[in-house]
Design a protein around this ligand. Structure first.
Ligand code: GLV
Ligand code: MN
Ligand code: MN
Ligand code: MN
Length: 426
């Protein structure tokens, strides 16, 4: 059992996740029976339920929640910014995603605030826990939608006209849940309130498994982007159209999938993926009239990533390419990283009891530093304010899939570090 309520550790009044009980509280929200895992996307039922849950939980630890013009939620301790210390993450998921990508950063932030308040700590700066909207871009195609809109990286007119898989525009989807999309776009007031941002996140690869460590600092995020490729042909009957008479776009699309892999293998460190494919109209007995592929490409530098996509365009010359989103390589703030390193290196208060064999007399611990191939709102904010991230070990090494996991002890090591760093910053 992976720490659900059925876990043997849980007994009356206590959940398997203890301080991070929010993970248990939301474990049924947006569970995707067909795919496994969770499907929590902007303004779907699960997303609305999670927003209500966050508002209630943040209120319970004494924070005042408000929504901004771009659908992000801000839970303030006292009066809002400017120059606030901000932490948080997102609550949406990829289709069939894991339980930790996003929610871990939100529940650990709420736990850290609860403990700071319970200890009588009084912040000398404004403080907020943020939940960014549609980080995964799973409904409307653009990742980090809320943070991109807020920072002005994404044009609001373009955002309003984005369509989901059912053809519903973002403007229509917003109207359906009573959200005023006229206000979307660069939000200098919200931005001005942020002094710095720290995001705690489950690790999404095997870096910490290999290093046998519970927590890492993030150094950088690979350059990455998304492109939509469309191959056109002639729709026709699967039974009556002779093989030699066909204009079947599926063949060129299939070759393009192989070309994506071959092109990525030729660029050291690059990753390229076709994770989504759509045949139009999509009937078993219909030769497609069009095939759409979605390409996710990432590499060490902006230039490598652009070169990789140019090479894929060359190899898949029959396709039209549309860029859906782009994120240049990001380096996190060195001062903030050093602060995180300092709290992670310092022995926890409970360890400093003295005596032979005390862990605190062992040599300095070296804290792993990981570059990541995953995108984050922290990457978007890093262009505007000092930003840093903490990663918590994921013993399966799997993410964006139901198998994603983190041990409670590792989550708490990360949460304790977050609490300490907030204490120092506030
Ligand atoms: C988001 O998690 C991404 O890296 O695609
Ligand atoms: Mn993700
Ligand atoms: Mn995430
Ligand atoms: Mn992400």
């Amino acid at each position: 059992d992976r720490g659900g309520l059925a876990d043997g550790r849980a007994h009356a009044g206590e959940t398997a996740h203890g301080r991070l009980a929010g993970l248990d509280a939301i474990a049924g929200v947006g569970a995707d029976v067909a795919r496994g895992g969770f499907s929590r996307h902007l303004w779907n039922g699960a997303d609305l339920e999670l927003r209500a849950w966050f508002t209630e939980r943040a209120g319970a630890v004494g924070l005042d929640v408000e929504a901004d013009r771009n659908g992000n939620l801000w839970a303030w301790w006292g009066a809002p910014g400017p120059g606030a210390v901000v932490t948080g993450s997102h609550l949406d998921s990829v289709p069939g995603g894991g339980a930790y990508d996003g929610p871990l950063g939100v529940v650990s932030a709420l736990d850290a605030v609860g403990r700071l308040r319970a200890s009588g700590f009084q912040p000398s700066k404004p403080f907020a826990v943020v939940v960014f909207a549609e980080e995964e871009g799973s409904r409307f195609g653009v990742a980090c939608l809320g943070s991109r809109l807020m920072t002005g990286v994404l044009d609001p007119a373009r955002a309003r006209s984005l369509r989901d898989a059912d053809g519903v525009t973002l403007a229509e989807a917003g109207a359906a849940v009573g959200f005023d999309v006229k206000g979307l776009g660069a939000d200098p007031v919200a931005l001005d309130r942020i002094g710095l941002f720290v995001e705690l996140h489950v690790e999404q690869g095997r870096g910490l498994i290999d290093l046998q460590a519970p927590v890492a600092l993030a150094s950088s995020v690979l350059a990455h982007g998304r492109w939509r490729l469309e191959f056109r042909g002639q729709g026709n009957h699967a039974g009556t159209t002779l093989m030699g008479d066909r204009h079947d776009p599926m063949i060129a699309a299939a070759r393009a999938v192989e070309a994506v892999r071959a092109a990525a293998l030729a660029v050291p460190g690059a990753r390229a993926t076709v994770g989504r494919i759509e045949a139009v109209p999509g009937g078993t007995n219909v030769i497609a009239s069009a095939v759409r592929l979605w390409l996710d490409a990432r590499a060490d530098s902006d230039d490598d990533t652009r070169m990789l996509v140019t090479e894929i365009e060359r190899r898949a010359e029959a396709a039209s390419f549309v860029e859906e989103s782009w994120s240049g390589r990001v380096e996190f703030d060195t001062d903030l990283r050093e602060r995180l390193r300092a709290v992670l290196t310092r022995p926890a208060a409970g360890d400093a009891t003295g005596g032979a064999g005390d862990a605190s007399v062992a040599g300095p611990v070296s804290i792993p530093v990981l570059a990541t191939g995953a995108g984050h709102d922290a990457g978007v904010l890093a262009g505007v304010v000092p930003t840093a991230m903490l990663f918590v070990r994921n013993p399966t090494g799997v993410s964006h899939a139901p198998e994603e996991f983190a041990e409670l002890a590792d989550c708490l090591a990360g949460t304790d570090a977050l609490e300490s760093v907030l204490r120092g910053l506030l």
